[in-house]
Design a binder for this molecule. Structure first.
Ligand SMILES: Cc1ncc(COP(=O)(O)O)c(C=O)c1O
Length: 369
């Protein structure tokens, strides 16, 4: 079997985790938390880092920071994970959707302005599968309409937009460190910001909104979204070789590109001239002329020992949101097509050239039949 993903855990991660175990700092206090927060923030070029339990629980305090009034709107791509919409709904806001750009699969930034209303508070760009959103138009609109940018960089560790790191392009950004991410803590996430007030709010929200001067006294409702020192220790170890991990992902992306470019009926990921993509997951989109959809193609690859995943299903097609009265008559054709025809190939950090060759040869053989 060629797995869709496998983390790469090294000696340092083991050494630092053992240090936690030996010293007893196994919970959410301990030196690795602060070290991970400071080092990740510095790597991305942001001032404050607030480590949390996963990428989903990073988005919720990020939205809470901007104090939505009930019914306030946040514009986001429909082609993303449910975590983005959840964070808005759990803060009593309304997610407002735009379609995908057919080249990068990220949000189509030319569709944002028509969705802005007096209720719009923020824009949430999501860098999809390691490729950055075209951020300049987003930043311009945010300035023009006085909107906050909450960047979801959960899939884009080390990716760059015009030389600037993803995660440093908005007012607040969020990362995931799930096991399939470019650096992992097993489960984990982080909120980054340059705004001291947002940082304090997010820090308080992740820890039950305890008052600093009076511990069991509460004036707001928070959550326990804390990361453990054990997890942060893995993150510190991973971060020491992030450049190598990013390069490996880019090598995987380029290797697939070279081997798949001449196969008819496939669209491959692009890297726009202003982008440094990290090819977090290497996606392909099957042309309808191939007569096969992503779920069936993924099944055929699985039968031959190659594990892949069909793309996201857009938020506008989620039954739970229709039940809640959201997005009922809305139609986003680019996302709809990506959801039916797109899948990502084995992309893990342990992937070998032999496995890439085998995957590409199998795709070629399947395309012939
Ligand atoms: C774009 C995006 N945002 C948020 C998340 C949520 O992260 P987590 O799985 O750590 O909760 C993910 C997960 O992969 C994601 O892809």
């Amino acid at each position: 079997m060629i797995p869709v993903n496998e983390p790469l855990i090294g000696k340092k991660e083991i050494e630092y985790v053992l240090d936690c175990l030996k010293t007893g700092w196994i919970s959410s206090a301990g030196k690795y938390i602060q070290e991970f927060e400071e080092k990740w923030a510095a790597y991305c070029g942001m001032k404050y880092g607030i480590a949390v339990s996963n990428g989903t629980t990073a988005l919720e305090p990020a939205v809470a920071c901007i104090d939505l009034n009930p019914g306030d709107e946040i514009i986001m791509p429909t082609f993303t994970i449910i975590s983005c919409a959840l964070a808005v709904i759990r803060n009593k806001g309304i997610p407002v959707l735009v379609d995908s750009d057919p080249r990068t699969w990220c949000m189509n930034v030319t569709q944002i302005e028509e969705k802005i209303t007096p209720k719009t508070s923020a824009i949430m760009p999501v860098h999809i599968y390691g490729h950055p959103v075209d951020m300049d138009p987003v930043i311009e609109l945010a300035k023009k309409y006085n909107l906050i940018i909450i960047e979801d960089a959960a899939e884009a560790h080390g990716a760059e937009y015009k030389g600037r790191k993803c995660g440093s392009l908005g007012d607040i950004s969020c990362f995931s460190f799930y096991a399939n991410k470019i650096i992992t803590t097993g489960e984990g996430g982080m909120v980054l910001t340059n705004n001291k007030e947002y940082a304090e709010k997010a820090r308080s929200y992740r820890n039950l909104c305890f008052k600093q001067d009076r511990r069991f006294y509460h004036t707001e409702l928070g959550h326990n979204f804390r990361l453990t020192n054990l997890q942060a220790a893995i993150g510190v170890g991973q971060l020491e070789r992030i450049d190598e991990l990013v390069e490996k992902k880019r090598w995987i992306g380029q290797s697939y590109n070279e081997r798949l470019k001449d196969i008819p009926g496939l669209s491959l990921p692009v890297e726009e001239p202003w982008a440094k993509s990290v090819f977090w997951m290497y996606g392909i989109v099957l042309d309808e002329s191939t007569g096969i959809n992503a779920v069936d193609f993924s099944g055929r690859l699985r039968d031959r020992g190659i594990i892949t995943r069909p793309f996201f299903l857009g938020m506008h097609e989620q039954p739970i949101f229709h039940q809640m009265g959201f997005f009922k008559e809305e139609n986003y054709p680019v996302t709809k097509r990506l959801a039916r025809q797109g899948l990502y190939l084995p992309s893990g950090l342990t992937l070998t050239e032999k496995q890439i060759n085998e995957t590409c040869q199998t795709i070629k053989d399947l395309q012939k039949n």
